[in-house]
Design a protein around this ligand. Structure first.
Ligand code: CTP
Length: 470
């Protein structure tokens, strides 16, 4: 059922080289798992019983890729880049830990030794590559059965597997989310016992797994598992703080943890963009910090969008997310997420819509997706009302856009034009006139054209005592 995946030239060559060297060779890990799941595996992991680096060098030569090999002497591994494919090669290893230092001492082992030290039964399956057994599946831990039962389980006692590499706790939850599998109870209990060990893993590696969870079709599954295991509290405490409902005078508020997860799942139907998904995760992040119970009004979270936008940088820094335009995008989304619906509290004027279009700029469509995803009330009446308001804002945006072309707005008159007209050097007057033009356009006082802007520039110049140079 999976042998057609082995028709790739790499496997034929890997087989020939292994036979020449008299090394047993296997493709192992994620590739095998994905073949069986009928998912196209992208990278190949090959394990040989013998000197992995020597084998890799011979394979690279046979594939005509001697320039594309990287050797990691310390780890005894090598990588060959073959077009888009990364081939990872390793000699089968057995790891034993020194009981005092817990540092692994790695020594050559059999295929079974190597399989034992892998993360999950479904990732420990190997397919033989030598001529006499090409295509035979070696599955000592019933990975095939676990795959069929959609179960994630460690081959060893989970305490050993997870203490070997605590990132595997994140991987278990990531696979469960991506593949919609369950984690075997003993394995999950093992995660719960070992959560503190995640602290020895770098933030970068944790983030890679978290982002894979976020990019899954239904990330809430992963977040709930992370929370249940006790990992979320350690890696993302701000998110855990969203949990809970307080009740005063019989009035409660929504549980912002579950609300945020619903928003996140909602937005995933419409976008695969990691950063828009991050915006959904962080949109209400400052609700706990701004929560108040006000007599007569009930629960309020005034200013949570401002405070939330401010929290983004701190969270991005700690989690090793990029501190670049992606971060600024998320800040902007968090800051603006209440604006569209807030407009409907008053009469929606064209100028308010114009300001929204101007402030959101290129991100307007994304912002509207976030706002749409944010409508989650359990109260059907409330939900319908919000939805009606949302549609109203959407229509108004369309109308104003067609009329005014405010999106990606470029001033109809440049700073140079102003300097030339009044024969001015660069200085604050230019900024004052430009702002006056922009505000007048956004307020609908003048239309968004060169001529209208030119007339206003003359008037504003006059106010500043400037005379146009003829
Ligand atoms: N592996 C492991 N423990 C880890 C990481 C990897 O035991 N912490 C083993 C598993 O056998 C895994 C293989 O190394 O299948 C390859 O790892 P990797 O390429 O990181 O992951 P894949 O399982 O291939 O899955 P994905 O590509 O989705 O990350």
């Amino acid at each position: 059922m999976y042998t057609h995946y082995l028709e790739h030239k790499v496997f034929k060559t890997a087989s020939l080289v292994a036979d020449e060297m008299h090394y047993p060779a296997y493709v192992i890990g994620g590739f095998v798992r994905d073949c069986i799941l009928n998912r196209e595996g992208k990278d190949f992991d090959i394990v040989v019983v013998g000197d992995g680096i020597l084998y890799a060098q011979n394979l690279a030569r046979a594939l005509n890729k001697t320039k594309a090999i990287t050797i990691y002497k310390t780890y005894g591994t090598a990588q060959i880049k073959y077009d888009e494919i990364e081939i990872e090669i390793v000699g089968a290893r057995k790891e034993s830990y020194s009981p005092e230092t817990r540092n692994p001492s790695v020594e050559q082992g059999s295929l079974e030794d190597d399989q034992l030290r892998r993360d999950f039964t479904m990732n420990a399956m190997a397919i033989a590559l030598n001529k006499d057994n090409f295509g035979v599946l070696l599955d000592p831990f019933n990975g095939l059965q676990d795959l069929a039962n959609k179960l994630i389980r460690t081959p060893l006692n989970p305490d050993l597997t997870f203490s070997d590499d605590p990132l595997r706790m994140m991987r278990a939850i990531r696979f469960a989310t991506q593949l919609q599998f369950s984690i075997h109870d003993e394995t999950f209990q093992g995660i719960k016992r070992n959560t503190e060990r995640i602290n020895i893993i770098t933030s970068e590696r944790i983030l890679t797994e978290l982002n894979k969870i976020i990019l899954s079709p239904k990330p809430s599954v992963g977040f709930k598992l992370l929370d249940e295991a006790g990992l979320l509290e350690i890696i993302f405490p701000e998110f855990c703080n969203l949990k809970g409902v307080e009740i005063i005078e019989g009035k409660g508020h929504k549980d912002n943890f579950y609300h945020t997860l619903e928003v996140l799942d909602n937005i995933c139907v419409f976008t695969n963009d990691l950063w828009l998904r991050w915006a959904a995760i962080l949109h209400d992040i400052a609700k706990p910090a701004t929560k108040k119970f006000e007599v007569g009004e009930g629960w309020t979270f005034h200013g949570h969008e401002f405070k939330g936008a401010k929290m983004v940088k701190r969270i991005f820094t700690r989690m090793k997310l990029p501190l670049n335009e992606k971060m600024r995008y998320v800040e902007k989304m968090v800051l603006l997420h209440l604006r569209p619906i807030a407009l409907t509290k008053e009469n929606i004027t064209d100028s308010a819509i114009r300001r929204l279009i101007f402030d959101a700029g290129e991100e307007l469509d994304d912002l509207m997706l976030l706002v749409r995803a944010d409508i989650t009330s359990k109260n059907e009446n409330k939900k319908r009302r919000y939805l009606e308001n949302y549609i109203l804002v959407e229509q108004k945006i369309k109308e104003v856009e067609e009329k005014d072309h405010i999106r990606n707005w470029q001033p109809p008159l440049s700073g140079e034009e102003i300097m030339k007209t009044f024969n001015l050097p660069p200085g604050k007057e230019i900024g004052i006139i430009k702002t006056a033009i922009r505000e007048a356009i956004l307020d609908g006082v003048i239309i968004n054209t060169f001529d209208a802007a030119y007339q206003l520039m003359l008037l504003e110049g006059e106010k500043l005592g400037l005379k146009p140079q003829l």
